[in-house]
Design a protein around this ligand. Structure first.
Ligand SMILES: *Cc1c(COP(=O)(O)O)cnc(C)c1O
Length: 516
């Protein structure tokens, strides 16, 4: 994983709290020019109820967009490349599939555009080009991967995942178990955090659950980065441990790809899936990605010819078949070796064009350099948030009997940069969320909320600046202060504990089931 040796110790620098310091970090940032590759919506853009730019104020300040974990911003290049794709279609029609154009480095014939995207994507996930396919959508790819990698037997049939997995992953696993006629209750092993207050999962806990169910588990499925807490799991260690017990390992990298520098091949991951609309900036619902380790993508032609298989079983479609015979329309499936052999359908060239445009921006730098900046940027966010939290407290300590002495917020994401990516998840004290979100929106800050009490703040190293982070924290601190004042007035004193803190709604706690 990336080195954190270069991380400045902001707390030891008295000037680190100043805006001038944030600006100086931006001026020293070797990746600062990449921000210009993106269209950052202005505050006015966000507030208008039309997309028309007619008569708009071009000097409206830019928004503070810290939501790349949910939907990445649009690269300037995307519209240019999509226009070219439309021209390729309008001038060549069906020949666009095969005709080699003079502009082919940017506009490959559509029959090869999936290979071009996979080759460019490989470096982002630490894979060989033939281990990656840009295809399908995340959840559909997860199903395709499980169809191949979850082969339950009477001895080994369980799947280990987190209890707080993204619902789509939970549903996918549950339905795969049912599809194989196993009983969900004794097949799905949900890893739960120790408490609602500390929703992250320790590596020790994960390993111990693997150990406890080692002989009956078929598959381990975890997120590279947890969408809610922002926790980055130790992929190589957990993968190696599960493998030592004979368990297949898949990773959902929705929040990890384009965020942290994963090395899927070297880490010996069996399969991984992800979407390309979060940190990958390819547009809402854009075509997704899948990794299949080379050891699982081999095709043995001799066995195949003699009708004895010769490749890993999977759900198949024509696009996974050998290109040289694809259009012969023969009925014998000969998979393309590697991840491409897991493709099912003719992929959307429009989508792939958008992914390729985004990848062009990624290839102006490296994941290693992006991660190095990200560690500094998120470290700076954490430092400023901690400062804001203590200054909000000390303002209110003057009046200790007051409701206001409750801690306004806490960060639930791990503090160790090795165990997080760009995102920090901030848990607000009860009832503050709506009030804070209104203030943030008013000031052009875009973050995402997870009710009842969490906001996720993700400074992305491609287009966010240290000044964005500084501005955000100042607006956020005012918003918290504003919310505390409003809540301080109308609050029922019975909700206040002895030490002046608000007592938490226990509803949340009830939801934390023990592992089955
Ligand atoms: C974003 C996300 C999804 C979304 O799945 P789609 O199939 O793209 O709709 C699924 N799982 C996780 C963990 C996610 O973060």
């Amino acid at each position: 994983m990336a080195s954190v040796r270069d991380l400045p110790n902001y707390a030891s620098l008295p000037e680190a709290q100043t805006k001038a310091y944030a600006e100086s970090l931006d001026s020293q940032d070797p990746l600062q020019h990449l921000r210009d590759e993106f269209i950052i919506p202005t505050i006015e853009d966000l507030q208008r109820d039309t997309i028309s730019r007619e008569g708009i104020n071009k000097d409206s300040p830019k928004s503070i967009y810290l939501c790349g974990n949910s939907l990445g911003l649009q690269p300037r290049l995307t519209s240019e490349r999509i226009r070219a794709y439309l021209d390729q279609w309008s001038t060549k029609g069906v020949f666009g599939h095969f005709k080699l154009l003079k502009e082919s480095s940017e506009l490959p014939p559509w029959v090869d555009i999936d290979d071009a995207a996979a080759a460019k994507m490989a470096g982002i996930v630490g894979a060989a080009p033939n281990e990656v396919a840009v295809m399908g959508t995340l959840t559909a790819n997860l199903h395709l991967a499980m169809a191949s990698f979850y082969r339950p037997t009477k001895e080994r049939w369980k799947i280990i995942l987190e209890g707080r997995a993204f619902p789509s992953d939970h549903y996918a696993v549950e339905s795969q178990i049912r599809h194989h006629n196993f009983n969900v209750d004794d097949s799905m092993l949900l890893i739960e955090p120790d408490s609602a207050e500390h929703p992250t999962l320790s590596t020790e806990k994960i390993l111990s659950i693997i150990d406890r169910h080692a002989s009956t588990t078929a598959l381990l499925l975890l997120p590279g980065i947890q969408y809610y807490t922002g926790q980055y799991f130790d992929i190589p260690l957990i993968t190696a441990h599960a493998h030592s017990k004979g368990i297949m390992v898949g990773w959902d990298l929705a929040h990890a790809v384009g965020n942290v520098d994963v090395r899927l091949h070297d880490w010996n991951v069996d399969f991984a899936v992800w979407c390309n609309y979060k940190y990958m900036n390819s547009g809402p619902g854009a075509i997704a990605g899948m990794f299949v380790h080379e050891k699982h993508g081999k095709v043995d032609m001799e066995q195949l010819q003699s009708g004895q298989g010769g490749y890993r079983p999977r759900l198949t479609g024509w696009w996974g078949g050998d290109k040289s015979i694809r259009f012969k329309m023969a009925n014998r499936f000969v998979p393309i070796p590697g991840a491409a052999g897991f493709q099912v359908s003719n992929p959307s060239a429009l989508d792939l064009t958008s992914v390729l445009a985004s990848l062009e921006i990624f290839h102006k730098t490296t994941m290693k350099d992006l991660r190095a900046k990200s560690i500094k940027l998120t470290g700076y966010l954490e430092y400023l948030l901690n400062q804001a939290c203590s200054s909000l407290l000390s303002e209110n300590e003057k009046d200790t009997s007051s409701i206001k002495s409750a801690l306004p917020f806490s960060i639930i994401t791990p503090t160790d940069p090795h165990f997080r990516g760009a995102q920090l998840s901030v848990r607000l004290s009860p009832d503050m969320l709506e009030l804070v979100m209104v203030e943030l929106e008013k000031h052009g800050v875009v973050v995402d909320e997870r009710r009842p009490d969490v906001i996720r703040v993700a400074p992305t190293p491609l287009y966010n600046t240290f000044t964005d982070v500084w501005n955000f924290v100042h607006i956020f601190q005012d918003a918290c202060s504003h919310a505390q004042t409003q809540l301080g007035d109308g609050r029922d004193p019975a909700d206040v504990g002895k030490d002046g803190t608000l007592m938490r709604d226990t509803e949340d706690q009830k939801g934390w089931k023990e592992i089955k």
